[in-house]
Design a protein around this ligand. Sequence first.
Ligand code: OVM
Length: 405
Amino acid sequence: MTLIEGHRPIEPPQGVAVWDIDPYDTAILTDPTDYYHELRARGPLVYIPKYQILCCGRYAEIKTIFNDWERFVSSRGVGLQDFKLDEPWRPPSIILEADPPDHTKTRTVMARAMSPRAVNQLKEFFQSTANDMVDRLLLLDSFDAVYDLAEAFPTTVFPEAVGLREVNRQHLIDYGAMVFNALGPDNALRQRSLAMGPDIVPWLTEQCRRENLKPEGLGSTIYASADNGDITEEEAGMLVRSLLSAGVDTTVTGIGSALWVLATHPEEFEKLKADPSLARPAFEETLRYTSPVHTFCRTANLDTDISGVRIQEGTKIICSLGAANLDEEHWPNADHFDINRRPTGHLALGTGIHGCVGQNIARAEAEAVLTAIALKVDKIQSMGDAIWRPNNSIHGLDSFPIKFT
Ligand code: OVM
């Protein structure tokens, strides 16, 4: 059988709209809003000839798919490749790319390491680092919101929280981009990212070893779960790899997009300054409005149906979280950014058993940065165009010159 992008091609199911588009086209990845609208408008599921696959952009159906891990599995990969049929670029993640019962064990270990209590202990460090960073940026005539803050902050605090003895900021960023680009088709983005593998993967793998982690970090907490027999030593290393895969580019993107929405919605920034305790709700609305992880796939593990559409075993479904988070059927005034919205139930961090296990840390990082800005900055001035960085699974800025006054 000839595979397409590593999965078994399907015929268009009865009654499904056929849409001749490439969701991984650079123009769509950099500016997805019109694509999101049309994807939702064409139906609950659409068929994409280029990849002979299904695609979903509506809130209700994505929620159904994500909350039904028995029918729509992750163990066959959460990108276009079906791991049952095609070999992945790296050993699969034992948490992201796993189903119960295997997933339950690793998820428990990760949830324990990043519990609310563990994260509370990091908050002072996050806040003092954010305060210092914002103080220094206030002295500059202009700076890059991405390089100088959105990337600088997480690549400072997160490796320290994990307990890495050796930090290579660019390697961490590039590895994250590689993991997320790898979920897409074998396009130029994926190829260019994977070409960096030989320079980065051996370094990253080495940092996941017990002896390269400080005793007080999250990494050591995970290794403690190997000491008490909950997981093996090798699994502990794999879970530290998961921290480094999922914990950098996601938070970088969330913080960068928060700076962008606040710079471009000055009336919302005024509300945040008037009440800095809105930092968390403002970040939550940023997640809904910008969806840092725009796409994850699932694979139907049996013949089934969704919203009356027949789905064959082995069908990949591209789930556009970005489209679902702007679905007018679910979100009144969806295209409006409002820091007072309280967008409970947004899908930016997923939902169901694979919902972001690091969300407490992600929120704590963003809250520290936004609180520092709310207290210290009078205006976030845009000093040039926001440039977006295309990635097969992440929608975020590449660069955005701004000034704090
Ligand atoms: C992992 C992993 C990688 C990318 C994303 C993710 C958003 C997890 O390696 O476990 O969750």
